[in-house]
Design a binder for this molecule. Structure first.
Ligand code: SF4
Length: 557
C-alpha cells in the first residue's frame, strides 16, 4: 500500500487524517479545523501555490510520489520555446504570453454548447445530508465561479415535504431549493444538472423538472459512480423516517417494518438504518438490451423537451466503459462523466470503496483509448468529464491531457465540499445568528484561521473579488462557504494557468497527451503515456546528430 505524505512542510499543510491519492484525508470531516492543502487554499487562495515564508526559505521537491500507477505518477511537460492557442487579441510576444492570459474557459455539449469559466464540475451531490446541509455554499459558489453543479439522485424521494402521487410529483421543495439557489446566481457560465436513478424515474423527477424549469436544467441518466457498485445510500437514525423511506419504495436495511428490528431499535442495539437505491437494468441480459433501453430513455427525455442530457457512469469494467462511450456518443449525449474508483462523497460501504472497480487512472486511460477507436472510425465522440480522487490543479491538467481531446471538464467531489464546510464553520462563529442555518460546527476560530484575521475580509483571499462580482449590498446574502469556494477555485485556476503556460498551451483545446510523461514504467504501460526520458528522445538525438547549422543557413538564405 502506498502511504501518501501526511504533511507538507513547504506549504505548511497537515492532513487531519490519513491522506488518499487525492491529497485529501480518507475521512474528511465537516468540522475539521485544518489544514490540508485544499482547506488552506479555501482561505488563502492562490498564495497556496507557493512555498511559505518567502525570503527566509529555500524549497526543493521531494519527488517521492512516483510509486505505482496513479495520477501522481504522471508528470507534466514544460517546453523552452513556442506558444500555442494564444487567445484572440494577443500576440506571441512574451508580454502577451504570460500565465494570467491563459484561457481556461471550456465548453461541452453536442448541439447546444454549455460554457464554464473553469474546467471543473462538482460530483453528484444528492440525498446525503452533507450535500443538503451545505448546498447554499456549494451552489452559490459554483454559480459565482461559473462551473456546473450536479444535484445527485434521490433528492425528491427522501424529502418528507415532497408530495408524490401515482408516480407524479406534486411538490418537491428540496429539489426546488437546490435548483433555484444555483439559478439565482447563474450568469450564463456553468449549468445545473439533475441526476435521475431508478427511484427518481419512478417518482417522475424528469417530468417535474421539465414542467417547472424547462431546458434550464440538464437531465443526467445515472449508471453508477466510482465509490460503489450499488445505488446511493444514506443513513437515518429515526425509526419513523426509516418507515417513511420504506413506504416511498426504497430498500431500507435493516427492514424497519420487522417487529424484531423495531424492538432492537427501542432497546438501542440498532441505532441507524441504511437507505439504498436499486440497481438499474437488472432485467436486461445483453449489451443489445442495454443499448435499446438506454436509447429509449434518451428518446423519452427528448420527447419531454430536454435539449441537454448527460450520463454518469462508474468504474465498471471495460465492457461497461465501452458501452457508456459508444452509447452516449451515438445518442448525441452532451456529457459523459466517467468516475473512477477511489472517489466518493456519500455513505458507500467502506470495503467496497476500497476494493471494487477500476481505479481512476486506469479507467481514464482506457476511456481515451476507446474514444480514439470511435473517433478513428469517423464517429463523433461524446464530450467527457473525468472524476474520481482528483483535487489539485495538477490533477486537472493531467486528467484533461490524459483524455485529450475528448475530456472537457474534471469532476471533483470531496475537494469542492471542503470550502463549503470551512466557510460555514467560519460563518457560524462570525455571524452566530446564522450558525444553525449554515450548519457551522465551531464555537471559536481555530488558530489556523486566526492567523489570517478575524473578519471575513481578512480571512478569505477571494472576499473582495466576490464583492466586485455581486456588489457590496448583495454580500450579506453570500454564504462564507461560497466565498471559500471562489477562493479555492481561484487557486486551482491560477495553478492550472501556470502549468499550461509552462507547457506553452494558452488555451485548453491545445492540451494534449504529449504534455504528459510517465514517471515509472508501470504507468507508461498502463496509460500509454511515454516514459519521461523516452518522450522526445528521438527528437533530441536528431538535434544532436543532424545538420542543424546547414538547415538554419538554408532557411535564412
Ligand atoms: S479538510 Fe478534510 S481532507 Fe482536509 S485536513 Fe480536514 S479532514 Fe482532512
Amino acid at each position: 500500500m502506498i502511504e501518501w505524505p501526511k504533511s507538507n512542510d513547504v506549504l505548511g499543510t497537515v492532513n487531519r487524517g490519513n491522506p488518499a491519492e487525492s491529497g485529501l484525508c480518507t475521512l474528511c470531516r465537516a468540522d475539521c479545523k485544518g489544514r490540508c492543502e485544499t482547506w488552506l487554499s479555501s482561505l488563502k487562495g492562490r498564495k497556496m501555490l507557493y512555498p511559505r515564508d518567502f525570503g527566509w526559505v529555500t524549497a526543493g521537491s521531494s519527488n517521492t510520489c512516483h510509486i505505482g500507477v496513479s495520477y501522481n505518477s504522471l508528470r507534466i511537460q514544460g517546453y523552452n520555446y513556442g506558444a500555442k492557442g494564444i487567445p484572440p487579441g494577443l500576440t506571441s510576444s512574451s508580454d502577451d504570453c504570460i500565465f494570467p492570459n491563459v484561457n481556461i474557459e471550456t465548453e461541452f455539449g453536442n448541439e447546444i454548447k454549455t460554457k464554464a469559466r473553469v474546467p471543473l464540475m462538482t460530483g453528484a451531490l444528492g440525498s446525503t445530508f452533507i450535500a443538503q446541509r451545505y448546498w447554499n455554499s456549494l451552489a452559490i459558489g459554483a454559480a459565482l465561479v461559473g462551473f456546473p453543479i450536479v444535484v445527485g439522485e434521490n433528492v425528491v424521494g427522501i424529502d418528507k415535504e415532497a408530495v408524490i402521487k401515482n408516480g407524479k410529483i406534486e411538490k418537491a421543495p428540496e429539489l426546488d431549493r437546490r435548483i433555484t439557489t444555483y439559478l439565482r446566481y447563474f450568469d450564463g457560465y456553468g449549468a445545473i444538472i439533475v441526476q435521475m436513478n431508478v427511484e427518481d424515474t419512478r417518482n417522475g423527477v424528469a417530468e417535474y423538472v421539465i414542467d417547472k424549469y424547462g431546458d434550464k436544467v440538464i437531465m443526467e441518466l445515472k449508471w453508477g459512480q466510482g465509490a460503489k457498485s450499488i445505488g446511493g445510500e444514506i443513513q437515518v437514525d429515526n425509526l419513523g423516517y426509516a418507515l417513511f423511506l420504506k413506504e416511498r419504495g426504497y430498500v431500507v436495511d435493516p427492514d424497519p417494518t420487522k417487529p424484531e428490528v423495531q424492538k432492537a431499535y427501542e432497546a438501542g442495539s440498532i441505532k441507524t438504518f441504511a437507505r439504498h437505491s436499486r440497481l438499474g437494468y437488472t432485467d436486461l441480459a445483453t449489451v443489445e438490451d442495454v443499448y435499446e433501453a438506454f436509447m429509449s430513455s434518451v428518446r423519452y427525455l427528448r420527447s419531454l423537451g430536454y435539449k441537454r442530457i448527460s450520463l454518469k457512469t462508474g468504474s465498471y469494467g471495460m465492457e461497461g466503459l465501452a458501452m457508456a462511450i459508444r452509447f452516449a456518443s451515438e445518442a448525441g449525449i452532451d456529457l459523459l462523466t466517467i468516475d473512477g474508483s477511489g472517489g466518493g462523497t456519500g455513505m458507500s460501504p467502506w470495503n467496497m470503496m476500497e476494493t471494487w472497480g477500476v481505479p481512476s487512472i486506469l479507467l481514464h486511460a482506457k476511456a481515451y483509448e476507446y474514444a480514439k477507436i470511435l473517433s478513428e472510425k469517423g464517429e463523433k465522440v461524446v464530450d467527457m468529464a473525468f472524476g474520481g480522487g482528483l483535487a489539485r490543479e495538477d490533477h486537472i491538467f493531467k486528467a484533461l491531457a490524459l483524455g485529450a481531446p475528448f475530456v472537457k471538464l474534471v469532476c471533483m467531489g470531496r475537494a469542492l465540499m471542503i470550502p463549503a464546510f470551512l466557510g460555514s464553520n467560519v460563518e457560524g462563529v462570525l455571524r452566530p445568528e446564522s450558525k444553525k442555518a449554515v450548519n457551522g460546527n465551531w464555537d471559536d476560530l481555530p488558530a489556523a484561521v486566526k492567523e489570517l484575521g478575524t473578519k471575513p475580509e481578512e480571512i478569505f483571499a477571494g472576499y473582495f473579488e466576490v464583492q466586485k462580482k455581486v456588489g457590496e449590498s448583495e454580500m450579506k446574502n453570500i454564504p462564507f462557504g461560497a466565498i471559500a469556494m471562489w477562493t479555492l477555485a481561484d487557486k486551482l485556476a491560477a495553478g492550472l494557468q501556470q502549468l499550461m503556460a509552462g507547457a506553452r498551451k494558452f488555451s485548453l483545446k491545445e492540451i494534449s497527451r504529449d504534455d504528459l510523461v510517465s514517471a515509472n514504467r508501470e504507468t507508461e504501460r498502463e496509460t500509454k503515456i511515454q516514459f519521461i526520458t523516452d518522450a522526445q528522445d528521438e527528437r533530441a538525438k536528431e538535434i544532436l546528430t543532424s545538420g542543424l547549422k546547414a538547415r538554419v543557413a538554408k532557411k535564412s538564405s
